[in-house]
Design a protein around this ligand. Sequence first.
Ligand SMILES: Cc1cc2nc3c(=O)[nH]c(=O)nc-3n(C[C@H](O)[C@H](O)[C@H](O)COP(=O)(O)O)c2cc1C
Length: 294
Amino acid sequence: MPAGELPRDVLGQRFQNPVLLAAGTAGFGRELDGVMELDRLGGIVTKAVSLLPRAGNPPPRVAEFAGGMLNSVGLANPGLERVRSDELPWLARRLARARVIVNVVGFTVDEYGAVVGELDPLPGITAFELNLSCPNTSAGGIEFGADAATVERIVASCRRRTRIPIAVKLSPALPDIAAIAVVARDAGADAITVVNTMPGLLYHDPGARGSPRLGNGNGGVSGPPLLPVGVLAAARVVERTGGMPVIGVGGVRSADDVRQYLRVGAQLVAIGTAALADPRLPERIIRVLERGDG
Ligand SMILES: Cc1cc2nc3c(=O)[nH]c(=O)nc-3n(C[C@H](O)[C@H](O)[C@H](O)COP(=O)(O)O)c2cc1C
């Protein structure tokens, strides 16, 4: 890809390159400041923000397996107030070129709109990304993104509260991810992010009937196994929505993996697990994309 094609005009902004840090794997950026050059990125997607602070799930929260990772962080975050007074102002001061996308989570339909509405007046937010892969506690724990009517209500309620672009992030476990993307588009979403982690479960010493490896029991699979899953989801969403902007995420470890997503029409590509293990990887990938080689 010639370097001149790297900048992307999407979500009403110019991204200097398509590479983002994925939600939940870069906190709110501070932990990575000094470890990597944050302003070299296309952007950073923050950790999920909920209305109230969340301590998250019991440890251990991550477990590695051959070729991938299982996590159950439980959406731990400092909550809306601190994110508004502290984390987002820090990011806005720190970044000149990299864009900020704020990942939002709710446990009821109304919580999403409430978080979006409260953060809307802050400067420096390029987009909200609604994490619809978490359980709806008032509907027996079924994930929000699995029910078209719920997706419609959440997106419409956020749309009423902000003019900032909205991306909807969906789970790869949905039976028809592109159909839900169309519902989100029709309710006012500007972009779709695919994919979130895939549900999974692993045990210690399974032969001896050991306990689950995560404190929470089950969790979400991330890393290389998600690459083909995410590329297919991105392709289907681009196709069925008639070319809606897509943020591809899942299993990216190299510039060629980024190109897999771009090949099917994704505009931006986020890196999660691989950057947890090697925080300088996103910068190296950007350099390779800029040079246009492998
Ligand atoms: C430790 C960890 C925390 C995550 N937290 C969030 C989150 O807060 N919100 C969200 O939408 N996705 C979250 N995700 C999902 C990632 O953003 C990404 O969709 C997924 O890990 C697949 O990308 P990867 O294979 O590059 O890691 C998290 C993933 C991991 C591994």
